[in-house]
Design a binder for this molecule. Sequence first.
Ligand SMILES: [Zn+2]
Length: 165
Amino acid sequence: MLDLCLGNSKNGKGVFANKNFKRGDSILQFEGKILDDNDIEIDTYEDEYCIQIGKRAYLGPSGKLDDFVNHSCSPNCGIKKTKEKLLLVALRTIKKSEELAFDYSTWADYSTSMKGHLWKMHCNCGSKNCRRIIKDFRYLPAALKKKYIKSGIVPNYILENLRKL
Ligand SMILES: [Zn+2]
């Protein structure tokens, strides 16, 4: 896809825009093998390429660009699920050569899976509201939760679990 390219980011590889995108544009499709709890060990390197897509379901690496989309605490993108696809969509105008990123917490509810494993990731994304420690969606500040839910980028399995809390 010529609209995007792999480049060097702060912490390794990242995906960069090769053109301008408008808010709401679908940029990239996430693909990979569907995995469950038994297939993955969250602390291993390989699983950095996994996205949680259900209570006990994950999307494994595809070997394509979608594996390399990084986290940001001030993301320009989010993941939206359509009927069959998992899409990276622009949350605002994105300029050519900007790095694409989504907030990993928007698709993380590991405490309901991974046998209660508390998922944590250190962040140095450099945004002024960097949370430093990235955890499951439920631990986000209330206002941020609201904002992400309103944007339609929080999956149903997380919303359902929130209602049970
Ligand atoms: Zn951050």
